[in-house]
Write a protein that binds this ligand. Structure first.
Ligand code: FMN
Length: 171
């Protein structure tokens, strides 16, 4: 999901929300050092958006979405978002304990599995780590993802891949 937090301005970042009981209101997220974590420390709201656009993931992974990417600012809902969930977030060590406050399904859309989209997500996970440690093993994994994106991805996946290439320097 794309998590929106706020300090002086809106911050957007892909974050994995871990749900152990799908009927409960509790969840958690592992938050490494990031602006998202800093904002939670300062008491920001924590709104997760369910997004199906690979380009939004790619932009949010390295930069922040500007306000024109939002269809609403209160609550912060990214254009095209399928749903949003607002959580209360309390840091506990590496994790943030989350409690669902409210949320809404905005679009009920069907989506088939797309290997290109999935490969963008995998590549982005590796890429956000790679830019910090330049691990050659990650470079190998990112290149494997490129092959799948090229074979199975559409236009948005290709654009997302271009951002990954630019930001990692792995062409
Ligand atoms: C699909 C995906 C999932 C991610 N999940 C997490 C996560 O659960 N926790 C985390 O700290 N970083 C996660 N990241 C990495 C952050 O998105 C990345 O470090 C980002 O640059 C943080 O942005 P920020 O400094 O604006 O908060 C994930 C990245 C991707 C692409």
């Amino acid at each position: 999901m794309i998590v929106v937090t706020k300090a002086e301005r809106l911050n957007t970042a892909p974050v994995g929300i871990i749900v152990e009981d799908e009927n409960g209101a509790k969840a958690k997220a592992k938050l490494y050092a990031s602006h998202t974590r800093e904002n939670v420390e300062k008491g920001s709201f924590f709104v997760a958006n369910i997004i199906k656009d690979p380009l939004i993931f790619a932009i949010s992974a390295f930069d922040d979405l500007s306000e024109e990417y939002f269809e609403s600012l209160d609550p912060p809902v990214i254009k095209g978002s399928l749903a949003y969930c607002e959580f209360e977030a309390k840091l506990k060590g590496l994790f943030a304990d989350l409690r669902l406050l409210n949320g809404k399904i905005i679009r009920n859309e069907l989506r088939a599995v797309n290997r290109g989209f999935n490969a963008v997500i995998e590549a982005l996970v590796h890429a956000t780590r790679y830019v910090k440690n330049r691990d050659p093993e990650l470079e190998k994994k990112i290149r494997e993802c490129y092959e799948i994106i090229e074979k199975c991805g559409g236009e948005r996946e290709m654009e997302a891949m271009d951002i990954i290439k630019e930001r990692t320097g792995i062409y």
